[in-house]
Design a protein around this ligand. Sequence first.
Ligand code: IMP
Ligand code: MG
Length: 223
Amino acid sequence: MVPLMAVRSPLASLRTAWGGAPRKTIDTPHVLSQTGSFTVIEDLQSILVTEQEIRERIAELGREISEAYADVDELTVIAVINGALLFTADLIRHITVPIRFDCMRVSSYRDDVRPVRKPELIDMVRLDIEGQHVLVIDDILDTGHTSSKVLEEIRKLRPASVRLCVLLEKEGRHELDVRPDFVGFQIPDEFVVGYGLDFAERYRQLPCIGVLKPELQNPPTWT
Ligand code: IMP
Ligand code: MG
């Protein structure tokens, strides 16, 4: 275990882009010892969001989303995999309106910590979403290129509405004007892993979200 002197983060509240419920800002790391016996936890420099904070925030997000869609007959939830896999699985269990579910897959990194500017669409939704209310769930909004590509592809299918829900929003990184409607946590500009987020397909299993040690962000053996 890496000894780290860190303090618990005060969770500040902000308003969402659509004027809805508060989002949380995470800016101070937790002590690493808060997360069980995962071997790969030692590859983290610090933990930004604990398992419990994730659990509590997801329950809140589920309530916000259920209220926002209280008047629709059915909501189509589209998860952007692989990153949004764990988040989506937990979140939809807190959405109380009827949903249809599908996934799409977009490539944004190639075993690297730098995003590609032109994400590729690898797998599109199979459901017919014309005239439907669509909620896209993504793991993290960084530069915005990935979410922007996803929203562009979804809009081509002429849904009645499209909203974006992201687990994490990185501060100060947006290159495109993509505004998420629902945000789990705002985090500083660090490369994070865990709870579905990966580096070179590793670390997705971690129940918390943490900053990967800089020296592990590009080991030659992984490329
Ligand atoms: P964007 O296109 O720059 O907004 O990047 C979004 C995508 O890049 C996400 O869906 C993630 O797959 C990946 N990504 C961005 N930042 C991180 C990070 O800190 N850790 C892991 N993946 C990230
Ligand atoms: Mg990824």
